[in-house]
Design a binder for this molecule. Structure first.
Ligand SMILES: [Cu+2]
Length: 407
């Protein structure tokens, strides 16, 4: 949350929030440096009586003031682009929350556990009811999220365009009616994080705050499963009517499903039987084993013969081996002399392959350098996040498994 007389961004509360904060500091450093440098010389030139009347040109100066801004722009742009893409990357989240904007409140939906949909509305607490807490930011039902777990946020709207934003976590997603936008979230620690609707949506636009409460994975998982169980229990009660027609439909459906299941299993069985017992062995025998077998037999026989010869007369056999190797080398020389075109092609293709390999190697080095350049957090932070997220993922799955078993 922003505080009075605060300069700069809020303290980062998510993995990418910290990175964005780093980018901000880094950009401000470059910008202030450039601004003060240019400002100083501007003032100096304006206030100076020494005007260069005889000064005509300087190639070096022009070169420098062309190249230098280019490098500064690159240094500002590359980390920014990388972060932009990282923020869009939602790979394998463990849990999903869906925020639906309304005029003028938010609805939060949790629907990826147990196939039920648990949802609630989140209204701002008016001044008259506020007991402590922050004015215009506190809500009646907070959006609960786990800390240090990969999360996906889906944002949409029911009426006009809203925007779901939490500045300290670098989250801002438009909620557009008729479409769903997604964002990745990974909160660093437990806490309460505030934001406000960030797209003008009508008269009460300022009074639909976003309040996210980040809790530990254990609390979150048990809480969400409890709520889902309640929703499911409510759903079970409704469906208790029984008719002959319903029974008939259910029986026909079950029979159809089992016929389909048995048929598809049978087809799959035949397919794999054919594939592994006929196609693969035949293919293997025809394409590979014949050549390999021939070569193996020939070379084994030759080597066996030579060993026999070596045991009878070692000197002669060694001499022959030397002659044989020399002959091969000579053959290579003859190949170069008699068919130079082929030899050149062989050499050039070798060199080309070498260049390609060198290129890909240099690219990976460049990529590694860029990676280290554009991450504003150190390795210990990365390690901490990776370790905790892995641990929490295991905890999350373990609790779900445990609860499924024991109800
Ligand atoms: Cu709004």
């Amino acid at each position: 949350m922003s505080l009075w007389s605060q300069m700069g961004l809020q303290e980062g509360t998510s993995v990418l929030g910290v990175e964005v904060q780093g980018l901000y500091d880094y950009s401000m450093f470059i910008i202030v440096m450039v601004f003060s440098f240019v400002g100083y010389f501007l003032l100096k030139v304006v206030g100076s009586s020494l005007i260069g009347r005889t000064y005509s040109d300087s190639q070096l100066l022009e070169f420098v003031w062309t190249i230098l801004p280019f490098w500064f722009l690159l240094a500002l742009g590359l980390p920014s682009i990388k972060l932009l893409y990282l923020m869009d990357e939602v790979n394998l989240p463990e849990a999903t929350i869906k925020a639906v904007g309304h005029q003028w409140y938010w609805t939060y939906e949790y629907s990826d556990i147990r196939g039920s949909s648990y949802k609630f509305d989140s209204y701002m607490v008016p001044d008259s009811l506020l007991e402590g807490g922050y004015r215009l930011l506190e809500v009646d039902n907070r959006c609960a999220v786990p800390s240090l777990l990969r999360m996906r946020g889906l944002v949409t709207s029911d009426d006009v365009i809203h925007s779901w934003a939490i500045p300290s976590s670098s989250i801002k997603v438009d909620g557009v009616p008729g479409r769903i936008n997604q964002i990745q979230m990974c909160f660093l620690r437990p806490g309460v994080f505030y934001g406000q609707c960030s797209e003008l949506c009508g008269v009460n636009h300022s009074f639909m705050p976003i309040c996210v409460e980040s809790v530990s994975v254990e609390i979150y998982t048990n809480w969400i499963i409890d709520n889902h169980n309640e929703v499911l229990a409510g759903m079970d009660k409704k469906d208790d009517s029984w008719t002959w027609w319903g029974l008939l439909v259910a029986v026909v459906k079950a029979v159809g499903r089992s016929i389909y299941w048995v048929g598809s299993m049978y087809a799959m069985f035949l397919y794999y039987l054919f594939y592994y017992s006929m196609y693969i062995p035949v293919k293997f025998v025809v394409f590979s084993s014949w050549d390999l077998g021939c070569w193996f037999v020939e070379s084994s026989v030759a080597f066996g013969k030579w060993c026999l010869w070596f045991s009878v007369s070692p000197v002669e056999a060694s001499l022959y081996a030397v002659m044989y190797l020399a002959g091969n080398l000579w053959g290579g020389l003859v190949f170069v002399v008699t068919s130079p075109v082929k030899a050149v092609v062989w050499l050039v293709s070798g060199i080309f392959k070498g260049i390609v390999n060198f290129g890909s190697f240099s690219y990976s080095v460049f990529e590694a350098v860029m990676h280290s350049l554009t991450s504003f957090t150190d390795d210990s932070f990365h390690e901490f996040v990776m370790r905790e997220v892995n641990l929490n993922t295991k905890k999350f799955l373990w609790i779900i498994m445990d609860r499924y078993k024991n109800g």
